[in-house]
Design a protein around this ligand. Sequence first.
Ligand code: CTP
Ligand code: CA
Length: 228
Amino acid sequence: LAAFFTPKRLQGQHVLVTAGPTFEAIDPVRGITNHSSGKMGFAIARAAREAGAEVTLVAGPVHLATPRGVARVNVQSARQMLEAVQARVGDASVFVATAAVADWRPAEFSDQKIKKDGSGDVPALAFVENPDILATVAQSERARSGQLYCVGFAAESHDLLQHASAKRKRKGVPLLVGNIGPATFGKDDNALLLIDEHGSKELPHASKAVLARQLVEDIAQRLAARGA
Ligand code: CTP
Ligand code: CA
């Protein structure tokens, strides 16, 4: 009922969200991934939709229900995620990158399952770096001209403010959000640190659903302040 009376702060906006891990195949039966649950990204997609936005959610492999009214695109690899984002970001006004994109993928994919050959030798896996989806989008003309507002997340294990501030500049985004505290993957609650060009502010410990609404409200205020 509360949502019914809440002003639709993001009416007329198209919010594109990435969420979850990516899966980088080694062969038809194996691959590398990570423990991202996708919960924060799904909560943000839901909150943005409740705030009146059109929402597109590009999700890696996670078993989470699609929030009502949200258009979902499922992908596996980082390259598929980039392709799906680029195909849909053209008319987006906000891009929120929460996905835990695999930094590297196996340099080669084996069409056939890699078999033990009985010698005890192990396969030598080589890796190549994946494209940086957030940095790629942030460098686009629409992002640079202010038509597309980009928000990144930072996974840091230590010195959050310092690392996340540096990451914000490196990625070229106006807003970077850090998870405060130890491993948040899979948990239902969290605390966030919002870092912009002026400094940082904390969204104290709460459920991911509550934090997502607060973050969406914060983004709406930033858009309004820019006259969007
Ligand atoms: N990101 C992305 N594509 C990648 C890697 C990261 O879009 N290939 C996005 C994430 O979704 C997140 C932000 O970039 O919004 C920061 O991700 P993070 O893993 O913290 O930063 P990296 O630049 O990958 O640096 P590192 O993992 O070495 O700290
Ligand atoms: Ca990374």
